[in-house]
Design a protein around this ligand. Structure first.
Ligand code: SF4
Ligand code: SF4
Length: 382
């Protein structure tokens, strides 16, 4: 296993993400404890020492299951991460109650890595409004030794991430970021990584396979990288990619079965980061996933012709996100922050925008498709 330094700790480059544990009958709220225990046993034996859960994973049962499993191991043989559920506004009114409950569920006296969960456009204002209370409470818990390190996870834009960092200042020691070879440009992860590097804030990678999407790459697309790395598989490519980026101390993979765990452990048994030339080949693979996306360049020629005053390039960017994730939560979550009269459903189909669009995007049709897609997304609130 490869290890990376974080302050006085050596952390395994592969961390076990506990949001996609094996389940019983496909029910997300019922993690399969026996299968998870077998996975943890193999992970521990293989040197994986970072386990990441959260209040909300598996309907609250990830913390319970991981607590029962991890109590069978020496507490100083692994690092435990969990998160404050700031995606729910009610949580800000019961901070001590939640933290005490987490210690109880995880059957531990301390958390090694404690994160503010999912800083994003929908909750940044709450995080800023409750800043003084959160900082003083968690700084005190750190002083008492019940938390070792404090950080945050982030699916937000660059600007929102920086607003959070500016507000929380020195309390923040690390950041968990969605990072993979698609999102380097697509979600502008590059700017976020460079900013975190500049601030000396180490990074935990999440979604290195973008929810499993990058585990399936057609053979002819993979062939580009195999010119340099014979026989590399799609999951290996995704993990090697994040291994190659600066400032990373662990990579969380939300593994749902034993085979994925064994594969990932094998990949990180020895260091083998990509060279700069190889990274260029990897970015070629990302073009495969971007095919079919709306090619908006954000020139904004269209916006002044829209009678509804829609922020067309922003909506098209979210539409692309929706397509790439097959209706995942990021696009819906962002859309929930946009006033209803500025959403795709407000488009009246006049096509004034299309006349001036140099990319000849069929914007009215896209708005209509996107409206339909959002209606089916359970993260979206009309
Ligand atoms: S088609 Fe829709 S997005 Fe385009 S100008 Fe008309 S209302 Fe605005
Ligand atoms: S004119 Fe076309 S390319 Fe330019 S911002 Fe509008 S939709 Fe995007």
């Amino acid at each position: 296993m490869i290890y990376r330094g974080f302050k006085d700790k050596d952390i395994s480059l592969l961390g076990m993400g506990c949001m996609r544990l094996p389940t019983i009958d496909g029910d997300d709220k019922k993690p399969d404890e026996q299968k998870t225990a077998e996975m943890v046993e193999y992970a521990m034996k293989s040197g994986v020492n970072y386990y990441d859960t959260a209040w909300g994973y598996h309907g609250g049962n990830s913390e319970l299951v991981m607590g029962r499993i991890l109590k069978n191991y020496e507490r100083n043989s692994f690092y435990l991460a969990t998160k404050f559920p700031g995606f729910d506004k009610e949580s800000f009114l019961k901070v001590p109650e939640i933290f005490e409950k987490q210690l109880e569920k995880l059957q531990t006296e301390y958390i090694d890595f404690y994160l503010f969960h999912n800083i994003c456009e929908t909750n940044i204002d709450e995080y800023l409004a409750h800043k003084d209370n959160l900082i003083s409470y968690f700084a005190e818990e750190k002083k008492k030794g019940r938390i070792n390190h404090i950080g945050f996870s982030c699916h937000s834009s660059f600007d929102t991430m920086v607003r959070f960092l500016e507000a929380y200042g020195e309390l923040i020691e690390f950041c968990q970021l969605q990072l993979n070879y698609i999102d380097w440009d697509f979600q502008d992860a590059k700017s976020k990584v460079l900013e975190l590097n500049k601030r000396n804030i180490p990074i935990v990678v999440m979604e290195p396979l973008r929810g499993g999407k990058l585990a399936n790459v057609p053979e002819d697309v993979l062939a580009t990288v195999r010119e340099s790395r014979a026989g590399i598989t799609a999951p290996q490519l995704a993990l090697r990619y994040v291994e190659s980026l600066p400032g990373i101390f662990t990579v969380l993979s939300g593994m749902s079965n034993y085979e994925q765990l064994v594969d990932n452990i094998n990949t990180f048994s020895q260091p083998a980061p990509f060279s700069d030339d190889e990274l260029k080949l990897v970015y070629k693979v990302s073009e495969y996933f971007m095919n079919g996306n709306v090619p908006c360049t954000s020139c904004r020629y269209c916006t002044k012709y829209c009678p509804q005053e829609l922020d067309i390039p922003r909506l098209l960017g979210l539409y692309n996100e929706d397509k790439v994730t097959n209706g995942g939560f990021v696009s819906a979550m962002n859309m929930n922050t946009i006033p209803k009269e500025k959403r795709p459903s407000a488009c009246v189909g006049c096509k004034s925008c299309e006349v001036v669009c140099p990319q000849q995007i069929e914007i009215a049709q896209v708005m209509s498709d996107y409206t339909e897609s959002l209606k089916k997304n359970h993260f979206y609130h009309e």
